[in-house]
Design a protein around this ligand. Structure first.
Ligand SMILES: C[S@@+](CC[C@H](N)C(=O)[O-])C[C@H]1O[C@@H](n2cnc3c(N)ncnc32)[C@H](O)[C@@H]1O
Length: 391
């Protein structure tokens, strides 16, 4: 990577050296002066690995392509037979076309456009064009495009969705969450996970409205961008709608509850007793698994076969973290919160998880947020076990 443009910060690159190439995976390209974040490499690596696991021949639609790096990598590394690479910014088109030129030699058909994603997806609908992977690496919240993006997928195809709207789904802008997600989003200790569950909930509802179903394949965030990859199912699996529900958190005692929308009931009493503050309730959101183990395993196999350096070490670490945590149970707490509530700090995480498992509960580290754990034990029991370990 000797000629990789030196960049530590992402974003628009007016001061970026124009003559240098940036290298990532098997791709070597120029970045131009538009938006690009080298730090987002794990998301691109995981997208390529996922695409490599999809049935061939594979056609990919990259709706918000920037310099075209994803399309180039899908063609060079995932064996895509065709990529349609689009960005609404027409000034980026010549750069994108130059960057994608190596795909001709790789036998990958390329189409480039400078349309808004809205117009492109409307055209796909009219022409009944469907893809195996639709990559929607959006600025802001992608909700307005979700239904049209699903319509551009083959059955069994994958929507790889990003949202950079971190405020509304993490409870920092409740009015915007209602508007953009059709959901309540309240401050929650596992805020990134809440954002991912709200995002999946939006996609699931859109798929169900089309008579189809979804399966989350992987979900992750670094706190700035929220990424989910979902497989479109011809029909929703039986009782899939039971996975849409509400997550409640008591800011008084720390207890969490969840329940499906299909059979709403009163919430149980938390440990605050008569003085209980109102529960902070978020949703509707996805209460099901966030990761699909067979898909992650297949991706890890592809990563092991890849040429040295094609998958970044950070991407491999992310993959391993996601493999170790399916995203269930959905109740998730920071160890630090436990420490605060006990006074004197939290116990060792592994010791607490072992104590919970010894009582028959499911308990594991969160793969999504460092220093968090998930379990299905009543919160008072978690506190008791943690306090006993601290003695
Ligand atoms: C997050 S950047 C894409 C980064 C790129 N996928 C990567 O991995 O480097 C989002 C891109 O979407 C483009 N964009 C914004 N709104 C759009 C729209 N409505 N339709 C198509 N492209 C759009 C912007 O010009 C920008 O290049």
């Amino acid at each position: 990577m000797a000629d990789t443009a030196a960049q530590t910060e992402g974003g628009a690159g007016q001061n970026r050296p124009q003559d240098l190439h940036y290298c990532e995976g098997l791709a070597r390209l120029r970045l131009g002066d538009g938006f690009f974040r080298p730090q987002s490499r794990p998301s691109r690596d995981l997208g390529v690995l996922l695409a490599r696991c999809r049935p061939q021949p594979l056609e990919v639609l990259d709706l918000m392509a920037g310099c075209g790096i994803r399309g180039l990598r899908y063609g060079l590394e995932a064996g895509a037979s065709a990529v349609w690479v689009n960005d609404a910014d027409g000034d980026r088109l010549p750069l994108m076309q130059a960057n994608l030129a190596p795909l001709a030699a790789a036998g990958c058909a390329v189409r480039t456009t400078a349309l808004t994603a809205q117009k492109l997806l409307a055209a796909c609908l009219l022409q009944e064009r469907r893809f195996g992977v639709v990559d929607l690496d959006a600025f802001g919240c992608p909700t307005p495009l979700v239904a049209a993006a699903l319509e551009a997928l083959q059955f069994g195809g994958v929507l790889y969705l990003a949202s950079t709207d971190g405020r509304s789904p993490t409870g920092h802008d409740r009015a915007a969450a209602v508007r953009s997600l059709g959901a309540a989003a309240r401050a929650h200790p596992a805020s990134w996970e809440l954002a991912l569950r709200l995002q999946i909930g939006v996609v699931a509802r859109a798929a169900w409205a089309l008579g189809q179903g979804v399966r989350p394949l992987f979900s992750f965030s670094e706190g700035r961008t929220f990424r989910v990859a979902l497989e479109l199912q011809r029909r929703a699996e039986p009782q899939q709608e039971r996975l849409l529900g509400l997550l409640a958190h008591c800011h008084g005692c720390g207890e969490q509850f969840s329940q499906g929308l299909w059979r709403l009931r009163q919430w149980p009493a938390c440990g605050c007793g008569a003085q209980a503050p109102p529960l902070a309730i978020s949703g509707p959101l996805w209460l099901g698994p966030l990761q699909h183990a067979p898909t992650l395993e297949a991706m890890a196999e592809r990563a092991a076969e890849a040429p040295p350096g094609a998958v970044a070490p950070a991407s491999l670490r992310l993959l391993r973290r996601l493999q170790a945590d399916p995203g269930l149970p959905e109740r998730c707490w920071p160890m630090a919160e436990l420490g605060r509530r006990l006074g004197g700090g939290p116990p060792a995480t592994e010791a607490l998880l072992a104590a919970l498992r010894a009582e028959g509960f499911t308990a594991l580290r969160s793969g999504l947020m460092d220093g968090q754990f998930r379990c299905n034990a009543p919160w008072p029991r978690v506190l008791e076990l943690a306090a006993a370990l601290n003695r």
